[in-house]
Write a protein that binds this ligand. Structure first.
Ligand SMILES: NC(=O)c1ccc[n+]([C@@H]2O[C@H](COP(=O)([O-])OP(=O)(O)OC[C@H]3O[C@@H](n4cnc5c(N)ncnc54)[C@H](OP(=O)(O)O)[C@@H]3O)[C@@H](O)[C@H]2O)c1
Length: 291
């Protein structure tokens, strides 16, 4: 049965999932800034993907949710979340399923507080997608995997049908920290060195190992079951030229997700009395350097 899917912040992640879901006949409504909303209303969503091919699909573009949805995907960047939520009134969202796919962990509490009637289900996405123009997304490579906590079964089924890899994982903290354990060391060190991951492995290997183990300690104290050796094994074979999105944002002078990624690790460590000195030094240095 077609789902009514609202997408708040249809950029790289939201635009890609919206295009794939709309192609399967789901009713996709994008909640966006006026220019983007207008473009999507006129031209729909367009995806160019190594894995899914070239596709365009009709979607509704609007600046504010004004009719019920079954599911709402929350996909702005962390720095844009507060402003974007103005487009999602709690009384219209009602008891819908709310699935944030932002990196980080702190947004879940924010959403649950703001939308107490909704069913907020943790999610994470592994993909390399970027918005090239309003409503238009480029997806590079074949990686496209969504992990959801229980409670969003209809969405999980719908995403599976689009061809995405979809997993449901019972432990919410584990799900969120699995992504952050990999991302935080990668993002913090590439941004700190202003160099891709190959240079980090060569020049900051000690820091890389230490940050991986500090983040794992914070994750463990926060209720997850991290595996730092597995994280290092994932970081090892990454292409030497690979950069992180935090690094790209920093280089372009855009606001970064430093607080949602590095700040979240420090806050969790502090909450649980875990010492993370190297991660703290890097985050504080970046806080001083970036906006
Ligand atoms: N991209 C990836 O490959 C990837 C992979 C894994 C995780 N993530 C995570 O997913 C999240 C989203 O990343 P992204 O790369 O998709 O970001 P993005 O391409 O910048 O998309 C965010 C979208 O939010 C929209 N937006 C900004 N302010 C808004 C507002 N006030 N109201 C409504 N919409 C607003 C922007 O709209 P406009 O189009 O109008 O500018 C933009 O299209 C981040 O937490 C990121 O770390 C991304």
């Amino acid at each position: 049965m077609p789902l009514r899917v609202a997408i708040l912040g249809p950029g790289g992640v939201g635009g890609m999932l919206g295009a794939l879901l709309a192609r399967e006949g789901h009713a996709v409504t994008c909640l966006a800034r006026p220019e983007t909303a207008q473009h999507i209303q006129r031209h729909g969503l367009t995806l160019s993907s190594d894995r899914f091919g070239e596709l365009s699909a009709a979607a509704t573009g609007t600046t504010r949710l004004d009719q019920p949805a079954d599911v709402c995907l929350v996909t702005p960047k962390a720095t844009q979340l507060e402003a974007a939520l103005e487009r999602l009134p709690a009384d219209v969202l009602g008891t819908a399923v709310l699935v944030p796919l932002l990196n980080g962990i702190d947004h879940l509490d924010l959403l649950r507080e703001r939308y107490p009637a909704a069913r907020t289900v943790a999610g994470a996405i592994q993909v390399a997608a970027h918005r090239t123009a309003p409503g238009t997304v480029r997806h590079d490579g074949s990686m496209a995997a969504v992990t959801l906590a229980p409670g969003a079964e209809q969405l999980a089924d719908a995403l599976r049908v689009t061809g995405l890899d979809v997993a449901v994982r019972p432990d919410e903290r584990g799900l969120l920290w699995a992504k952050l354990s990999f991302l935080a060391p990668l993002a913090l060190l590439t941004t700190s060195l202003a160099a891709p991951v190959g240079a980090v492995r060569e020049q900051r290997s000690e820091d890389l190992r230490t940050v991986v183990s500090e983040v794992a300690a914070a994750a463990r104290a926060d209720g997850a079951d991290p595996d730092p050796a597995a994280t290092l094994a994932l970081l090892d074979p990454l292409p030497a030229g690979m950069r992180s999105s935090m690094q790209r944002d920093a280089e372009a002078g855009r606001p970064t997700e430093l607080e949602a990624i590095g700040g979240a690790v420090l806050r969790a460590a502090e909450r649980h009395g875990v010492d993370v000195p190297v991660t703290r030094r890097i985050v504080e240095d970046l806080r001083a350097r970036l906006r």
